[in-house]
Design a protein around this ligand. Structure first.
Ligand SMILES: NC(=O)c1ccc[n+]([C@@H]2O[C@H](COP(=O)([O-])OP(=O)(O)OC[C@H]3O[C@@H](n4cnc5c(N)ncnc54)[C@H](O)[C@@H]3O)[C@@H](O)[C@H]2O)c1
Length: 417
């Protein structure tokens, strides 16, 4: 069986930089590839190209085995190429293959030119179910002039990580998911993971289409759980003596249900949950079905945002200033994509309220969405801001527990901080 010792990682963004760094730290020879020369320069200087806890230390630990280039063709010298460029959502809910095709084509060209057999292509970006078999592999077969599974291998191998915890999430996952074009490719990747992982996760091997469906179904299931808690929270809120935290703790004690993600909070957001859930609905439509559960999760998520906005409008007057605390979609990240706090701040501003914002991760220099608001560098100033009549804590950064407010400021949060 083929052994993977040298790997190339194409796309050195939020996920790819961590994949490259962790492979190097775990003893693999790693070549990072990106079209962004700045990211390549940073990796070659031993610096993190993106903000992520533990990434700087991991790059330092594996520096002797890690280098980067903007020339994709150099990847032909490695045993396996991992692809982790963006796969942005399209208006119909499917994900674009454009970046993956552009990243894979030059390496396929180099494989053909060298007459190399057995190169392993590993797609880690999330894809629309069916895209690998119908679009990516056919392109590689054309470019290489060979047959997948015989002349080269393909694995679909998405990661299940949360921003802010990517390094540990990669090295100690619950599961490694491998969709394989052929058993030899799957076995080679499985063996590589046995060396790479610090724990002994379940390695789930299956067909590529099964793996594409598995990846988005994990996130769709989690969004369903979050929407269930939000639906219940909105109902319980309307019964004056009901306490959602007590209710959810009791429900979660049933071992068939469990406590995880059964926590009262706000809508889900970020770069994966909302769009992966919508992708499952798209995949269902492609085969002539509805996916009412996925669609309902999305609907409840929007209701949760509306509900918060309504509640704030009921509590505040137009000439008062409202502080929205926590614009990122979860603690330990600066990403504000589809975040509850960002939605609330934008709606309030559009409806004429004065808004000040704060977040421990998202700042004007790393999150463009913050620019339109008055941004507080430190929430400690709120103790003296008597113009702020209402503060809404939207993201459960634990530090908000200790923030002091001016006398008379009302504080609203659905989170049990
Ligand atoms: N960020 C997450 O939390 C997360 C979690 C799971 C899965 N994913 C998936 O991972 C993929 C990447 O996400 P990300 O957040 O790391 O994206 P990102 O935008 O942070 O990084 C993508 C990187 O790819 C590079 N790139 C673009 N075209 C390229 C090409 N042709 N060749 C080489 N590099 C190229 C970009 O310059 C950038 O550095 C997406 O499919 C996403 O759905 C992301």
């Amino acid at each position: 069986m083929k052994t993977i010792q040298k790997v190339s990682v194409c796309g050195l963004g939020k996920l790819g930089a961590c994949i490259a760094a962790t492979f190097a730290e775990r003893g693999f020879e790693v070549l990072g590839v990106d079209i962004d020369p700045e990211k390549v320069r940073k990796i070659n200087e031993g610096l993190p190209p993106v903000e992520e806890p533990l990434l700087a230390e991991t790059i330092k630990a594996g520096k002797a085995r890690l280098r980067a280039t903007t020339d994709h063709r150099e990847a032909v010298e490695t045993d396996a190429s991992f692809f982790i460029p963006p796969s942005p959502s399209l208006p119909d809910g499917s994900f674009s293959n454009e970046y993956l095709l552009k990243a894979m084509a030059p390496i396929a060209g180099a494989v053909k030119q060298k007459g190399k057999r057995g190169h392993l292509f590993v797609c880690s970006s999330t894809t629309t179910p069916g895209a690998v078999d119908q679009v990516l592999i056919p392109m590689l077969e054309r470019e290489i002039g060979g047959v997948c599974g015989r002349d080269f291998g393909f694995c679909y191998n998405p990661e299940f990580i949360a921003l802010g915890n990517v390094v540990r999430g990669l090295l100690e996952p619950d599961m490694v998911l491998i969709g394989e074009s052929d058993p030899e490719s799957g076995s080679a990747l499985e063996q590589a993971y046995k060396k790479y992982n610090r724990n002994t996760p379940r390695i789930a091997r299956m067909s590529i289409i099964s793996a594409e469906l598995t990846k988005i179904s994990v996130n769709s299931y989690i969004t369903m759980k979050i929407s269930f808690t939000n639906q219940l929270r909105m109902v319980a809120d309307r019964f004056p003596k009901a306490d959602i935290h007590t209710i959810l703790e009791a429900i979660g004690s049933d071992s068939r249900i469990g406590q995880k993600y059964l926590r009262a909070g706000l809508s889900y957001g970020g770069p994966c949950f909302p769009r992966d859930n919508r992708l499952l609905a798209y995949a269902a439509r492609q085969v002539g079905l509805d996916a009412p559960l996925a669609e309902a999760s999305d609907k409840v998520n929007q209701q949760a945002n509306q509900d918060l906005f309504q509640k704030v409008q009921n509590l505040a007057k137009k000439d008062e200033t409202i502080a929205v605390l926590g614009l990122s979609y979860k603690p330990d990240t600066y990403i504000t994509e589809e975040a509850a706090g960002l939605y609330l701040a934008q709606q309030l501003k559009r409806h004429g309220f004065r808004v000040v914002v704060h977040d421990y991760g998202a700042r004007p220099d790393n999150a463009p969405s913050v620019h339109e608001f008055e941004h507080l560098d430190d929430p400690a100033v709120l103790e003296k801001r008597s113009d702020v009549k209402l503060a809404v804590i939207c993201c459960p950064w634990p530090q908000y527990r200790n923030v002091k407010f001016a006398p008379g400021t009302k504080v609203l949060t659905p989170w049990k901080l």
